[in-house]
Design a protein around this ligand. Structure first.
Ligand code: ADP
Length: 563
């Protein structure tokens, strides 16, 4: 334990004195304590949740300089400016510095005048820098965005592979023998990434802390749609009167979504990397100022967006990974007020995603497009396909959506049911579904209210093989053959719950209609209010799509229903 490892009370006092925050946020206190404690630490917190404090506060409290490896110069600059503003001496070493500034930083570091020294990963390729490392008294060796060490992470940085050896060359401050304790921070730590971070950074018996993924004020929904028309029909209702981000998979669909909203009278603009800088700045500024309520964008949008009052995020197509999805919906509800995140889920969009992984455009976007060897490229593609499959599993999940995501990230806050997402609380039936219920009730009526659930469903879906002739002859026979038996059983359950259908108490469990059910079957009562069944498989559309998939992919999809 470090000589200055302090009680929680002291950490809180220092938090207030140095950072001006009144309280720790969820998970911060545990992370600060773990870093102060002197074991290696792997801390996983979402972007924007205040991860940096997990190493900045200990850096103020421990003797020596805390070294922070960070991959983005702009991020480093923001943090350094903020720290110096708060009176915490901090500098950064990266390729954009002039020779003079670099000398200045090095001599400040040598003199032990810095609490934090931020370093870009490529510095570890320089022998001169490695020699400097040996001269410093290092309090903690911090690796920010630690997922960059992993090919499973979304931003693999080969330079991160040097960090294990570099840390071993550092001298710990205080009276510690051996290398300084390491602390790895990331917002992405699925099990694969976590294992890579521990192994490739050489963390020794690390304390792993996962916190802050739960965003209880974001209401998660997946709305399955059958085609583009259905998306266009639903989109305006999801964003009207709100401040919203609509994420599309391609530039073309981002523009199509914006056009659809404009023609529905919703003020919206498209944003993607294909627009001129001027236009992009204009859209971004208008959104930031609040004069433009809705932006339809590819994932190029949002990095710099810090409006706390975004109250709806809609995914116009399935994103490429759960990580990307959670990061994008994380832009909603930052002010703590209720917000919704809706995924419009069409199986046909999987093909677009696959194309984005496999297709030619990809190479242009890659970091080291020229240098990737084919084996490496194939491996990376396989990983991206695997991540996409995880996302598909989320979209298909029949379990609580929030719990599904939290489990994916390993957050211990995951509960069985949140009682707030689209699965736990499925919401009201839409127009098509109300019509479906009406048709089911009419079918029961025309069959004389004398049959049980199994026969009614078989009659309506046209599965008439072993039905009594009286049922086969009905006009309603096969009327709902485009729906699946599962879906009809789900809606019959929902109609029972809504008091429209009554089940007999005897052994036959025959279905009959309540007075209100009978009115609706005749088309007389408006409006029909009924909640969706909590588990509603829209398997017809799914099956149609699956039939067109390559066999291996289809088999895997079918065999992995859950995470
Ligand atoms: P990230 O998790 O992405 O690294 P930051 O550490 O930059 O996020 O924190 C995001 C914002 O939250 C910053 O503006 C920071 O000042 C603020 N913040 C961090 N901790 C607290 C706290 N305990 N109370 C209030 N604001 C905080």
């Amino acid at each position: 334990m470090s000589a200055t490892c302090d009680s929680h009370g002291d950490a809180l006092t220092r938090l207030r004195a140095h950072f001006g925050h009144r309280q720790f946020r969820q998970g911060q206190q545990e992370i600060v304590a773990a870093v102060l404690g002197g074991r290696d630490v792997l801390a996983v917190m979402p972007t924007g949740s205040g991860k940096s404090l997990g190493f900045q506060l200990p850096a103020v409290m421990l003797p020596g300089t805390t070294l922070v490896v960070s991959p983005l110069i702009s991020l480093m600059k923001d943090q350094i400016d903020e720290l110096n503003r708060r009176g915490i001496p901090s500098r950064a070493l990266h390729s954009m510095l002039s020779a003079d500034s670099r000398r200045e930083v090095v001599s400040a570091a040598r003199a032990g005048a810095l609490r934090l020294l931020y370093v870009a990963p490529e510095r570890f390729g320089s022998d001169q820098f490695l020699r400097l490392l040996g001269e410093l008294a290092v309090a903690r060796f911090v690796v920010d965005e630690a997922h960059c060490v992993s090919e499973w992470g979304h931003d693999f940085r080969p330079d991160y592979r040097r960090l294990r050896a570099a840390a071993a060359m550092c001298r710990a401050s205080g009276r510690r023998a051996g290398r300084p304790p390491m602390a790895a921070f990331t917002a992405t730590a699925t099990p694969e990434v976590r294992d890579d971070i521990v192994a490739l950074l050489g963390l020794e018996d690390p304390q792993v802390l996962v916190a802050g993924f739960d965003r209880p004020n974001i209401h998660l929904r997946v709305e399955q749609v059958d085609d583009e028309d259905e998306k266009i029909e639903r989109l305006p209702g999801l964003v009207r009167g709100r401040r919203a981000l609509v994420y599309a998979a391609t530039r073309k669909t981002a523009e199509a979504a914006a056009a659809c909203l404009q023609s529905a009278g919703v003020q919206a603009a498209a944003y993607h990397a294909g627009f001129e800088d001027d236009e992009r700045t204009r859209v971004q500024d208008a959104f930031a100022r609040g004069t433009l309520p809705v932006v339809c964008a590819t994932n190029a949008f949002g990095m710099g967006i810090d409006r706390p009052d975004v109250d709806a995020v809609v995914h116009y197509a399935i994103p490429g990974s759960v990580e990307a999805y959670y990061q994008e919906i994380g832009r909603a509800g930052r002010d703590g007020r209720a917000a919704t995140a809706t995924l419009l889920w069409d199986y046909a969009d999987v093909a677009t995603r696959q194309y984005l992984i496999d297709g030619p455009r990809r190479e242009k976007q890659g970091h080291q497009a020229a240098a990737v060897d084919p084996e490496e490229a194939a491996r990376r593609k396989a990983l991206e396909h695997a991540r996409l499959r995880r996302m598909i599993e989320y979209a298909d999940s029949t379990a609580c959506l929030r719990a599904t995501i939290l489990r994916y990230f390993g957050d211990p806050a995951a509960r069985e049911r949140c009682e707030a997402c689209g699965v736990c609380r499925p919401g009201a039936a839409d127009a098509y579904e109300r019509e479906l219920v009406r048709a089911i009730l009419a079918g029961i009526a025309s069959a004389g209210e004398r049959y049980g659930r199994r026969r009614i469903v078989a009659m309506l879906t046209g599965d008439t093989g072993d039905l009594p002739p009286a049922l086969v002859k009905l006009l309603a026979a096969g009327a709902l053959r485009h729906e699946t038996s599962d879906a009809l059983r789900g809606w019959i359950g929902a109609s029972i719950a809504a008091g429209l259908i009554v089940v007999s108490n005897d052994q036959y469990r025959t279905l009959s209609l309540s007075d209100r059910g009978r009115e609706i079957a005749r088309g007389r009562t408006e409006p029909l209010e009924i909640q969706r069944p909590s588990r509603l498989p829209r398997l017809a559309a799914r099956r149609r799509y699956l039939e067109e998939l390559p066999r291996a992919f289809r088999d895997e999809l079918m065999s992995r229903k859950r995470f």
